[in-house]
Design a protein around this ligand. Structure first.
Ligand code: NAD
Length: 251
């Protein structure tokens, strides 16, 4: 399947910092024009300015993706700015350490809205345009989608649901010119990791089981995998979940 042409356009969520920003940089290096989405307006503008200085076309849409209407508006804004959409990368995410019995309703639903519902609404709005451009979707999962991970139960649930969103959409569009894939990273020392601490009296032996033997990855290493899968070079990749976890889920 020949997806993509010169002048590809990508919408990247979570692009203000961390992995989403690294993905935007990796796509920019391929010459892809960008619509960057994040709730952190100032950091998003900083990312835009850095990328625009490299000569790439780059616009921002600062919104909270936990609202469906905002997700639909982000896709519309991309079409209004560029007239097409070739790649949707769902990289925004929320994680909170907590004992499962202490997770409140707000905390639970916010994680589900950002990590699971928003990628669904964004995909829903993007698919008609991606069919036109023969484009693709890359969902950023986590090793937590593939293994049980103590003290981050709603996060793990949300990423497992995103895995099934990826595979089920891939099957629904198996006969259409669109690719839908996921990348499942392991640990990176971004602010999602540094901004939350295991709860008091957590058993660190349980956390060590998913901490990995290798050092945390640089976001650029994971971004390179995402950018490849999003590129025409990966035209045979559909319905795949690529791990980039330094071997954590290997055994
Ligand atoms: N860092 C890790 O160890 C790790 C491991 C596996 C998977 N991941 C996944 O990688 C992705 C990127 O995370 P990161 O490591 O760069 O962390 P990060 O916290 O630096 O980036 C997440 C981004 O998502 C944005 N975001 C959160 N809620 C939002 C909302 N309601 N609306 C719009 N934007 C919102 C944040 O503002 C932030 O810029 C996430 O999906 C995360 O689950 C991270």
């Amino acid at each position: 399947m020949a997806d993509g042409t010169a002048g590809r356009v990508a919408l990247v969520t979570g692009a203000a910092r961390g992995l989403g920003k690294a993905i935007a940089e990796a796509l920019a290096a391929q010459g892809v024009s960008l619509m960057l989405v994040d709730v952190l307006a100032d950091r998003l503008e900083q990312t835009r300015a850095e990328l625009a200085a490299t000569g790439i076309r780059c616009a921002v849409f600062p919104i909270d993706i936990s609202l469906r209407a905002n997700c639909l508006a982000a896709v519309e804004a991309t079409l209004a700015s560029y007239g097409r959409l070739d790649v949707l990368v769902n990289a925004a995410g929320l994680m909170r350490f907590n004992h499962a019995v202490d997770v409140g309703e707000d905390e639970f639903w916010k994680i589900m809205q950002v990590n699971t519902a928003a990628p669904f609404w964004l995909a829903q709005a993007a698919i008609p345009h991606l069919l036109e451009s023969q484009g693709n979707i890359v969902n950023v999962l986590s090793q937590s989608a593939l293994m049980g991970t103590a003290y981050i139960v709603p996060y793990s649930m949300s990423k497992a649901a995103l895995l099934q969103l990826t595979k089920s959409l891939a099957m629904e569009y198996i006969d259409q010119p669109i690719r839908i894939n996921a990348v499942a990273p392991g640990a990176m020392m971004t602010e999602i990791s540094t901004g939350t601490m295991p709860p008091g009296n957590a058993d660190y032996a349980k956390i060590k089981r998913y901490s990995g033997e290798r050092p945390p990855a640089d976001p650029a290493e994971v971004a390179a995998v995402v950018a490849f899968i999003a590129s025409p070079a990966a035209s045979g990749v559909h319905g795949a979940v690529w791990t980039a976890d330094g071997g954590v889920t290997a055994g």
